[in-house]
Design a protein around this ligand. Structure first.
Ligand code: BES
Ligand code: ZN
Length: 442
C-alpha cells in the first residue's frame, strides 16, 4: 500500500468522536498525531488548547506579496452507532474495491488529509505558491462551539485573503462540484416529565398522563399535513430560491429516482411545491434526531415512564437566525404542551446559513481548479448540511469560503460503513495543488 493511503489509515484509527466526553482522550491523541504530521511535512505547527477540544494551526513560511489561503477542516467524527450495522469495526479502516471504509473516511479525515498530502507533495518539489494556514478543529461535529472565540482571539494570526474547505459533496462520481451555500442549524433538547418515578401502568395508567404520549403529541405539532413547519413565524426572512438556481439545479445529474435508491425510502416526502433538491438545499426543516423514554429492553415491561426526551435540530436557510428560530420554537412548544406534564427545554449549538456568489473571483478560481482536476464542467450547487464556522469566517475573518468537497452521494457520512474511494482521495491531492495555484493570483 502506498504511503499516502497508509497515512490516511493511521488518521482513521483514532476514535475522535467529539460529542461524547468518553472519547476526549482519543480526540486529544488524534490532534497530537495530526500536529506531529504537519510539523514533519515542514509547517510551523501549534496545538492550541480550548475550553473544548484542541485546534491545530499550521503555516508555511509566509512571504510578503503572496496571497494567504486558509484551509479549514476537522479531525473529529460523528458517533458510530448503530455499531451492529458496520461490516468492519469503524476505527479499523478496511479497503475493498479501492474504497476505504471507516468512520471519518469522507467526513472529514479523507478530505483534509488530501489537502495535507497535496501540500506535502508541493513542498517536496519546492515552495508553495501562497502563504498557507491550516486550521483543523476537533468540534465541527458538535457545533464548533469554541472555534468562533478562537478565531476572534487569533484574528491576526489567521488573517487571510480566502478560505478553502473540502467538507461538502460531489453530485456524482467524477463530477466536480462547487458548493456556494450551506444550511445553518439550531439544536435543542426537550425533556417531558410527569410522575416523580416510573409507575406501574396498570395501577396508574389512565389517570396519569404518559410523558411519551405527551411528547409524541407535542412533536407532531411541529409540522402540518403538507410537511411544512407549523411554528409561527418559522419562515420569516426565508429568501426565495432564485430562478437561475432552479434552472441550474434541474440540470444537475442525479434526481429523485437516485435519491430513492440511495436512501431506501419507499417514496419521497416533503414540503409541497419544491423539488427534492430545492427542499434539501434551500428550504428550512425541523428534524427529530432522537427520541427516548420508557422500557427499551427485551420482552415487555408495563411501565408508565416518569420522563421522555427528544433531540431536535432545525436546518436554516438565508436569512434565518438560529437564536430567533429557537425562541419561536420555544414559544410554540410552550403553547402546545399538555398541562398534565412538565417540560424542560435546553437549547444547543447553532450556526448561521451561508451563501456566496459563485462567480466571485475566488469562486471562479475554485471552479477553474475543479475543472482542471476532473477534466469536466463543474456543477454549481448548495448543500443541505451545515459547517457552522463558515459564516463565522465571514464575520470574524472577513473572508469568503470556497467549498470544494469530495464526498460522494453514497459515502454514508454519519452512517454505518462510511467510505471514501481512493480515487477521490487522489483527486483531492491534485485538487489541492490546482487550487493553490489558482488562488495564488485570483
Ligand atoms: N461535512 C459535513 C457538512 C455537510 C454535509 C456539508 C453534507 C454538505 C453536505 C459536516 O461535517 C457536518 O456533518 N456538519 C454537521 C454540523 C452540525 C453537527 C453542527 C451537520 O451538518 O450535521
Ligand atoms: Zn459531518
Amino acid at each position: 500500500m502506498d504511503a499516502q493511503v497508509s497515512k490516511l489509515l493511521d488518521f482513521l484509527r483514532f476514535a475522535s468522536i467529539s460529542t461524547d466526553g468518553a472519547y476526549a482522550g482519543d480526540v486529544k491523541q488524534c490532534a497530537e498525531w495530526l500536529a506531529r504530521l504537519l510539523k514533519e511535512i515542514g509547517l510551523e505547527t501549534q496545538l492550541n488548547a480550548t475550553a473544548g477540544h484542541p485546534v491545530v494551526v499550521a503555516k508555511n513560511t509566509h512571504k510578503p506579496g503572496r496571497r494567504t489561503v486558509l484551509i479549514y477542516g476537522h479531525y473529529d467524527v460523528q458517533p458510530v452507532d448503530p455499531l451492529g450495522l458496520w461490516t468492519h469495526p469503524p476505527f479499523e479502516p478496511h479497503i475493498e474495491h479501492e474504497v476505504i471504509f471507516a468512520r471519518g473516511a469522507t467526513d472529514n479525515k479523507g478530505q483534509i488529509m488530501a489537502h495535507i498530502l497535496g501540500v506535502q507533495e508541493a513542498l517536496s518539489r519546492g515552495d508553495l505558491p501562497v502563504n498557507l494556514i491550516f486550521l483543523i478543529e476537533g468540534e465541527e461535529e458538535c457545533g464548533s462551539t469554541h472555534l468562533e472565540r478562537f478565531l476572534s482571539e487569533h484574528r491576526e494570526q489567521l488573517r487571510c485573503d480566502i478560505i478553502a474547505v473540502s467538507d461538502t459533496g460531489m453530485v456524482g462520481r467524477g463530477i466536480p462540484t462547487f458548493t456556494y451555500g450551506l444550511r445553518g442549524i439550531a439544536a435543542m433538547e426537550i425533556k417531558i416529565s410527569g410522575p416523580a418515578m416510573d409507575l406501574h401502568s396498570g395501577i396508574y395508567g389512565g389517570a396519569v398522563a404518559n410523558p411519551i404520549t405527551m411528547l409524541a403529541r407535542l412533536l407532531a405539532t411541529l409540522h402540518d399535513a403538507d410537511g411544512r413547519v407549523a411554528v409561527e413565524g418559522f419562515y420569516d426572512g426565508v429568501a426565495p430560491i432564485e430562478e437561475w438556481e432552479k434552472e441550474a439545479w434541474a440540470k444537475v445529474p442525479g434526481g429523485d429516482a437516485e435519491l430513492i435508491k440511495l436512501t431506501g425510502v419507499p417514496r419521497l416526502f416533503g414540503e409541497a411545491g419544491y423539488t427534492a433538491r430545492e427542499q434539501i438545499w434551500a428550504r428550512p426543516t425541523a428534524e427529530i434526531n432522537g427520541i427516548g423514554g420508557g422500557y427499551q429492553g427485551l420482552g415487555t415491561k408495563t411501565v408508565l415512564p416518569g420522563e421522555a426526551f427528544a433531540k431536535l435540530t432545525f436546518r436554516l436557510v438565508p436569512d434565518q437566525q438560529p437564536a430567533a428560530v429557537i425562541e419561536k420554537v420555544r414559544k410554540h412548544l410552550a403553547q402546545h404542551v399538555s398541562q398534565a406534564v412538565r417540560m424542560e427545554i435546553k437549547s444547543g449549538h447553532g450556526g448561521e446559513p451561508y451563501l456566496m456568489n459563485p462567480n466571485s473571483p475566488g469562486g471562479l478560481a475554485a471552479q477553474r481548479a475543479l475543472k482542471k482536476t476532473f477534466g469536466r464542467d463543474v456543477a454549481l450547487i448548495r448543500e443541505g448540511g451545515s459547517i457552522p464556522i463558515v459564516q463565522s469566517f465571514k464575520k470574524v475573518l472577513e473572508a469568503e469560503t470556497l467549498l470544494l468537497g469530495l464526498a460522494l452521494p453514497d459515502c454514508r457520512a454519519h452512517s454505518p460503513n462510511e467510505n471514501f474511494p481512493i480515487e477521490n482521495f487522489r483527486a483531492g491531492i491534485r485538487l489541492n495543488q490546482a487550487l493553490l495555484q489558482e488562488l495564488s493570483a485570483f
